[in-house]
Ligand binder design. Structure first.
Ligand code: PLP
Length: 350
């Protein structure tokens, strides 16, 4: 029997999406596919809540992290990176790779950022500020608005990774003034891994158009105006994404967000009742799509839940390895799945 994926991505891919992905492959440069593709992009924009240009990249989420940076940054540019976990650290690493002069503002893994520290570090020559909305490595949801407020009227671009939240939690690309927002197929969309999404504001285009940094596959200028994409489009993955967007439309985005919040609360209450402590320092910064839990027996618990209940939860990275386990409740995960996982957890610690 297939194991139940209660990991924070990839997550359970429902039959409707798997079925759509088994349709015959048509050629990507046909009017028929072109229509499907742009209709899918339009529906994706509604999930991002944006009027900005939006692109689908054949690559995992990191391809969009890379694209956002190599298109906007040239060597020596000042980048401010808010780092409080594995994925926010990745942004800083990518920016360094492209020669940026990176200033890191750190928060302990499991804590939120102090906007005052960001304010102090922000200078008029800061080209880009990077942050992760939902830090999947710690289960912390960061507040975007206080940071984007600091950037109003400045030249600095705001880059936000919403990979593990978009489609499952509140996100307002335009209202929050996010210049570049990225997401991926295998998290709250509940589709298969392999597609990255990126939105680009007019303010960002002005930089991108003239940025001399060498780039080829991820050059966003190539994607603008392409019909449908500059390189071969993964037709099967687009079928899957289209079916994922159908499921979102049927449930309605606001109901889906509510379900994620309810399941997150259920999971948090459940683990606390079993005597565990959450990794995030307070409930108000907890993610709605995954729960990160402290435990010195994390490795053993993960193993027991898998072996005895066929449910896969995740461990943690770097210094939290073996000390934290993470339960994903994103995409099509239901209340029953969360309850089943909590029961398995209870059994594992008996
Ligand atoms: N950013 C966040 C917040 C993530 O959760 C992940 C994956 O877990 C990534 C980036 C990287 O995405 P991918 O593994 O699809 O490249």
């Amino acid at each position: 029997m297939t194991e139940l994926l209660m990991t924070p991505g990839p997550t359970l891919v429902p039959l409707e999406i798997r079925g759509a992905m088994s349709k015959p492959v048509i050629h990507h440069r046909t009017p028929e596919f072109n229509d499907l593709y742009f209709e899918t992009v339009d529906r994706l924009k509604r999930v991002f809540k944006t009027q900005n240009d939006t692109f689908i990249i054949a690559g995992s989420g990191t391809s969009c992290m890379d694209a956002a940076i190599c298109n906007t940054i040239k060597p020596g540019d000042k980048v401010l990176s808010l780092v409080s976990g594995k994925f926010s650290e990745r942004f800083a690493d990518i920016a360094k790779t492209y020669g940026a002069n990176v200033t890191i503002i750190e928060a302990d893994w499991g804590r939120a950022f102090d906007p005052e520290l960001v304010k102090k570090a922000l200078t008029p020559d800061t080209k880009l500020l990077t942050m992760v909305y939902n830090e999947t490595s710690t289960g912390v949801r960061n507040n975007i608005q206080p940071i984007s407020d600091l950037l109003k009227g400045t030249e600095t671009l705001l880059l936000v990774d919403a990979i593990s939240a978009l489609g499952g939690d509140e996100f307002e690309t335009d209202k929050w003034g996010v210049d570049l927002c990225i997401a991926g197929s295998q998290k709250c969309f509940a589709a298969a891994t392999g597609l990255g999404f990126i939105t680009v504001s007019q303010k960002a285009w002005k930089i991108i158009e003239n940025n001399p940094t060498p780039r080829y596959y991820l050059d966003l200028r190539k994607y603008k105006g392409a019909k449908p994409t500059p390189f071969s489009t993964p037709v099967t993955s687009i079928y899957g994404l289209s079916a994922a967007l159908d499921l979102i439309a049927i449930e309605k985005l606001e109901n889906r967000i509510k379900r994620h919040a309810e399941n997150a609360k259920l999971c948090r209450e459940g683990v606390k009742k079993l005597g565990f402590e959450l990794l995030p320092e307070s409930e108000d910064i907890c993610s709605n799509t995954l729960t990160a839990v402290k435990s010195d027996n994390a490795t053993e618990i993960i193993k027991k839940i898998l072996e005895n209940h066929n449910i896969r939860i995740a461990g943690a990275q770097d210094h939290l390895k073996g000390k934290v386990f993470r339960i994903g409740h994103m995409g099509e995960i239901t209340k029953e799945h969360v309850e089943k996982t909590l029961a398995a957890l209870e059994d594992a610690i008996k």
